[in-house]
Write a protein that binds this ligand. Structure first.
Ligand code: CAA
Length: 388
């Protein structure tokens, strides 16, 4: 029996800022963003959106042809927590109308925790193959205005159903891990924006890639030459190029620059337009690969490098299942991205500065999102969600 991803979809806000606008305001060349970091646009959440609404919107298409009673667990991976106590996934469970006989939990380890969720979900399905696990990763990447990280903001959610005999991707059991106590990127509870040592964070990312790869080799993983495509955690898409160079050095591969680029290019398209979505970013990269690869991916092996600052990293692989194309949500994704509205820089600032009231009163938020689910307001410190 194989275990892996049976269905996958993503959601992002219907608002974005073109990084050209940011470059104009800061009086720098737009190519620093378009080429230097490989980002063109960044998704910006509306006032009535948060990780819960994005997660529920991402998961909705997966529930169309599945018996909700077969979903035994919802795992919600995020570093944009909305409550110190209650798991954000419980709101999603409610919005999606999932059965009460289903457990829900939230996982945190920076951008890495969706990968931990998937590994745990695979183990749970191996124990009880009749069950499906809904793994959702959702985040809003926010940095200080005028900081080096500002251009790498973004938002998005990826939802995946993990099952036995999956229709999209079989996940192989070998995985390489690397953990080290470092302060490259973090967000103390009292801050709404992340703190980051930008250059150091990219160094630690590449060090972790090498170490996770070496561990993956030690536990019997396949050689680099047997991997057809790679999905990296994408804080910005140029990071994948740097990562390919790093793995090429470590593995002493015979593949040339064009071949190395072909391994990653289809996985970058969506992230270039969405920006960083932390826990969701590598999985949106996988969706981009499945939706956009020119070749038939059936039987192809995909490598994954998941990285969460702080830091925990993991390398693992999966094999694309024959007939996967029939189960993609390609049209939905292209419609979502094509129907977004560009924000002017002042509009971006307005949304950036929007803050949830903390006075315990009754507050309603403007209807801005086009999504199926919205955060309608806050009343007595309770978030009120509704479906359209
Ligand atoms: N045309 C083309 N390229 C240009 C250019 C132009 N006009 N101007 C500059 N560039 C190039 C530079 O040469 C540079 O290329 P190299 O990386 O090959 O050297 C690239 O654009 C970036 O320029 P800078 O190094 O000057 O950029 P910066 O210092 O302003 O910021 C950054 C880069 C540190 C990554 C910053 O975006 C940042 O702090 N980001 C947030 C942290 C982050 O994403 N870290 C990644 C690892 S941590 C992680 O993965 C977890 C996570 O999700 C946050």
């Amino acid at each position: 029996m194989s275990v892996g991803i049976d269905d996958i979809s993503f959601y992002t806000s219907n608002y974005y800022l073109d990084l050209k606008s940011l470059a104009d305001v800061h009086n720098i060349e737009k190519d620093k963003f378009y080429q230097g970091i490989g980002q063109e646009k960044m998704g910006i959440v509306a006032a009535d959106e948060d990780v819960v609404t994005m997660a529920a919107n991402a998961a909705l298409p997966l529930l169309k042809d599945v018996d909700p009673h077969s979903i035994s667990t919802v795992m919600f991976a995020t570093e944009t927590g909305i409550d110190q106590s209650k798991a954000a996934g419980i709101f999603v469970h409610g919005l999606l109308g999932l059965p009460n006989r289903c457990r829900v939990v939230e996982l945190k380890q920076a951008c890495y925790s969706a990968t931990a969720a998937i590994q745990m979900a695979c183990a749970m399905v191996a124990r009880d193959p009749a069950r499906k696990i809904l793994v959702i990763a959702a985040d809003i990447a926010r940095y200080d205005l005028n900081s080096s990280g500002e251009a790498t903001q973004g938002c998005g959610a990826a939802a995946m159903l993990i099952s036995a005999n999956p229709r999209l991707l079989k996940i192989h059991p070998e995985s390489g891990n690397y953990t080290e106590d470092v302060m490259d990127f973090w967000r103390p509870n009292y801050r709404s924006t992340a703190l980051v040592d930008g250059k150091y964070s990219t160094k630690i990312y590449l060090k972790s890639l090498k170490q996770a790869w070496l561990h993956y080799q030690d536990v019997g993983g396949v050689e680099f030459e047997q991997i057809d495509h790679l999905c990296y955690h994408l804080p910005f898409t140029r990071m994948a190029e740097k990562s390919q160079s790093q793995l090429a050095r470590v593995t002493k591969t015979g593949r040339d620059a064009e071949q190395l680029n072909a391994m990653i290019e289809p996985s970058l398209s969506y992230n270039r337009l969405i920006g960083n979505s932390y826990t969701a970013s590598m999985y949106i990269g996988l969706i981009s690969l499945l939706d956009n690869a020119k070749e038939d991916l059936s039987g192809k092996r995909v490598g994954f490098f998941s990285y969460g600052s702080g830091c925990v990293a993991e390398f693992f692989t999966g094999t694309v299942v024959d007939g996967y194309e029939e189960h993609l949500h390609r049209d939905l994704h292209s419609k979502l991205l094509n129907n977004r509205r560009e924000l002017s820089y002042p509009e971006y600032l307005d949304l950036y500065h929007f803050e949830y009231p903390t006075d315990g009163g009754e507050h309603q938020f403007p209807e801005q999102t086009q999504g199926q689910f919205r955060l309608a307001g806050i009343n007595q410190h309770k978030r009120i969600y509704n479906a359209r």
